[in-house]
Design a protein around this ligand. Structure first.
Ligand SMILES: [Zn+2]
Length: 359
C-alpha cells in the first residue's frame, strides 16, 4: 500500500500521526528588531523590508516550525485604513503569501506547510448586520488571495468573539481550505459575546473546523487549564499557542501583567513593549509543549514574544531534532562551568568559588 511521505501529507494527516509545531509571534519579534511599529502593529515590513520577513520565517523553520504562516496578520483592510494605506492592502497580502511560499520551497526536507491567515477585524459587533457584511467581505478577499497563492490551510486567529470566528470558518469553508480556528481568551475566561470557550470550540467543530483552540494573550500557565477543558469538549484536533510570558491567575493575560517594581513604563502597562522581565525561558516553553502533548493537544507553538529559541526547545521536547539543534547548548565545554578534560582546574575551581557566593 502506498504511504504518503511526510512532504505530501496535509495538516490533519500530520496531526493524526504526531504533534505539529507552528511558530507565531512575527509582529512582536519584528517590532523588537526595528521593522514594525507597536500600536497599530501593521506588518508593513512585508513591503518595506521583505528580507527581514524571509529571515524570520527561515529562523523559525530551522528551529522546528512545521508551518510557515504568511505574515498577513493585522495587514487586513481595516488596519490598512487605520494607517491610511488601504491602497497597499492587496500588494501587502499577496507579497506576504508569496514570501511564505518561497521560503517553504527552500526547505524541501523539512517540507513545512504554508498557512494563510485571517484574524479579528476589530470592527465586529454582535447583532450588527452592517459590520457582519463588512467583516465577511474582509475575510473573503483575504482567503481568495490565500487560495490563489496555494496555501495548505488557513489560520483564523485571536478572536475574542465567537460570532466573528464562526464567520471566519464559513469563509474558509467556501474556499474549501482546512481551518485552524483559535481564540484569544482575555481576563474574564469567557468570550466577549458571552459564549463559554468549550461551547465555542464545540460549535466550531460541529460546523466542520479541523482544529480549534487558543492562541496568544495567555501564557503557558494560564492557557493550559483552558485547552485541557477544550480537549475534553471536542474530538477534533486542539491548538495551544501561548505567549511566552509568566501570566498568573490574577493577571492571566499579557495585557494585564503589572510590573510595580518599575516606574519607567509608559502608562504603567508593560504590554506590549516592556514585557521583558516576564518572558518565559525556553525550558518553560518546552515543558508546556510536553504537558500539552501529554493531554493529546497536538497543534502547538508560541505566539507574540516567541523567538526561535523557544520554538527549538519545544521541538526538542517533542523529540525532534530540527536544523538549529546543531547549536543547542552544550555546557560541557564552557570554560568555567564545563567538565571537558581540556578545561583548567583553576577556572573550574573559580566557578565553584563564585557558586558559593550566590545568595
Ligand atoms: Zn500573539
Amino acid at each position: 500500500m502506498h504511504t504518503p511521505s511526510h512532504r505530501q501529507r496535509g495538516l490533519v494527516e500530520r496531526l493524526d500521526a504526531q504533534a505539529v509545531l507552528c511558530a507565531e509571534g512575527y509582529l512582536f519579534e519584528l517590532e523588537r528588531r526595528g521593522y514594525l511599529q507597536a500600536g497599530s502593529f501593521v506588518p508593513e515590513v512585508v513591503l518595506d523590508f521583505p528580507e527581514a520577513v524571509v529571515t524570520l520565517h527561515r529562523e523559525f523553520v530551522r528551529a522546528g516550525s512545521e508551518v510557515i504562516e504568511a505574515l498577513t496578520y493585522y495587514g487586513h483592510r481595516e488596519k490598512m485604513r487605520l494607517i491610511g494605506k488601504e491602497d497597499l492592502l492587496e500588494p501587502l497580502q499577496r507579497n506576504a503569501l508569496a514570501i511564505a511560499k518561497r521560503v517553504a520551497a527552500d526547505f524541501p526536507e523539512a517540507s513545512p506547510l504554508v498557512a494563510g491567515n485571517i484574524c479579528n477585524t476589530n470592527i465586529w459587533e454582535p447583532q450588527n448586520a452592517a459590520a457582519e457584511a463588512e467583516v465577511r467581505r474582509m475575510f473573503e478577499e483575504q482567503i481568495t488571495w490565500a487560495a490563489e497563492a496555494g496555501v495548505d490551510f488557513v489560520i483564523a486567529e485571536t478572536f475574542g468573539f465567537y460570532g466573528e470566528a464562526r464567520l471566519a470558518l464559513e469563509a474558509m469553508q467556501q474556499a474549501q481550505l482546512p481551518a485552524v480556528v483559535t481564540f484569544a481568551l482575555h481576563q474574564e475566561g469567557v468570550l466577549r459575546d458571552g459564549v463559554a470557550i468549550e461551547e465555542a470550540c464545540q460549535r466550531l467543530e460541529q460546523a466542520g473546523a479541523e482544529v480549534v483552540g487558543l492562541n496568544c494573550t495567555r501564557g503557558p500557565q494560564t492557557m493550559l487549564p483552558y485547552v485541557a477543558r477544550i480537549r475534553q469538549a471536542v474530538s477534533c484536533h486542539v491548538a495551544a499557542l501561548p505567549v511566552p510570558f509568566r501570566t498568573t491567575p490574577r493577571q492571566p493575560s499579557f495585557q494585564s501583567l503589572q510590573d510595580p517594581g518599575c516606574n519607567l513604563i509608559p502608562e504603567h502597562r508593560p504590554f506590549p513593549t516592556a514585557l521583558d522581565p516576564f518572558t518565559c525561558n525556553r525550558y518553560e516553553m518546552a515543558a508546556f509543549a510536553q504537558q500539552a502533548y501529554a493531554l493529546n493537544i497536538r497543534y502547538l507553538g508560541g505566539c507574540c514574544g516567541s523567538g526561535p529559541h523557544h520554538i527549538r526547545a519545544m521541538a526538542e521536547a517533542l523529540g525532534r531534532h530540527p536544523a538549529a539543534s546543531q547549536y543547542s547548548p552544550d555546557m560541557s565545554k564552557h570554560y568555567a562551568f564545563g567538565n571537558h578534560p581540556r578545561l583548567t582546574s583553576l577556572n573550574r575551581a573559580y566557578a565553584e568559588t563564585l557558586q558559593r557566593l550566590i545568595r
